[in-house]
Every structure is written in structure tokens, then in C-alpha cells.
Design a protein around this ligand. Sequence first.
Ligand code: IMP
Length: 194
Amino acid sequence: MNLATFMEKITLVTHNKGKIAEANELAKRFDIEFVMSETSKKLEIQAENLSDVSEFAARNAFVVERGPLLIEDSGLFVKSLNGFPGVYSAQAFAQIGNAGILKLMEETKDRDAYFECALSFFDGKTMKTFVERVSGSIIFEEKGRYGFGYDPIFSPEGYNGKSFGEVQIAGKNGISHRSKAFEAFCKWYLDEKR
Ligand code: IMP
């Protein structure tokens, strides 16, 4: 009898190695592996919410991939900045970075913020999107060497000021917006296959 476990491989359209690493760490226990697509690019539209961005990008990537795929869009939403950088998170990170966000908030007492992740699955027929958040606050200086993007300035609720940049993947995956969205996807996907 062959007792080998077969990993289900699903294409994840991203060029961000941090996202793939987080998703795969989480998906191990579902015997799912996400494989980074090297053929398609994520085409980002300007929209008011992350799900519109990820669903458009998923339909677009399907034209190239011609098979089931996942694509995700995430962002950091800061209350005192009226939700900025939000849907503009990638552009804002490239242009002003963490230092720029801290500068914008220099005089601000209200530090509330959240990360949101919109994860879309598309196979040419079914479009299914999972949206999840993690709440926390923007700290006053960059801390930590793990993670990517805004991780060094974001402290999730209950972390006592410790940033996402100070915890390794397994720690971040315990509570993050991305891990919750990928977990919901894995459960839905395995259920659909039954
Ligand atoms: P996108 O989803 O790849 O468009 O990411 C938007 C921006 O938010 C990028 O600059 C990412 O680095 C940043 N970002 C997305 N997810 C996270 C996260 O989990 N931690 C920190 N920054 C993130």
C-alpha cells in the first residue's frame, strides 16, 4: 500500500516571495502547496476596495495561466490617515516607505490601523474571494528584521508594541490577515473537491 501523501499544487500569481512563504507555511497542514507563477503578472486596477483589485487581477491572469489560480491583494489601512495607504499600499510603499508613513503620523496620537487581505480563486468559471483583517497599531519606529513591507511598523493587537517584523513566519501566521484568508481558502477548496 502506498502511504505517500500527495501535495495538491495550486498556482499563486505573485512575485512576492514573502507572500508565498507565508501561504505555504500555513497550507502544509492541508497538504496544499502554492506554486509561484512565473508566467503572468498581477495587473492592478485602481479601485475602492481590495477585492475588486484581486478579482480583476485573477480574471486577467487566467488569460495567461489557462488554469485554476489564486491571486491576492493586501494593504495597510491607517485610521487617522482616512484609510491611507489602503488600496494604494504598494505605490505608497515604493514611494515613501515605512519612514514616510511614520513621518505622516509624527504628531498623531491615534495609531489604529489594520491589514486587509483579499484572496481570489478563479478557474475560468468560479470566482471565490476571501477577505480577512488583522487589527493593530502603527508604532513609532521601525522594528524587526522578519517579514516584508509594512511589517516593521505594525504591531497587532495583543503584541504589546512588538511588530510583525519581530516575529518569524509561524508567529505572524497565527493571527495575520493573509493566514486567515489562506486558511479559509484551503478549507473551502478541500470541501469543494469532496
Ligand atoms: P500587494 O498586495 O502586493 O499589492 O501589496 C501591497 C503593499 O502592502 C506592498 O507594499 C506590500 O509590501 C505591503 N504588504 C502586503 N501585505 C503585507 C504584510 O503582510 N505585511 C507588510 N506589508 C504588506
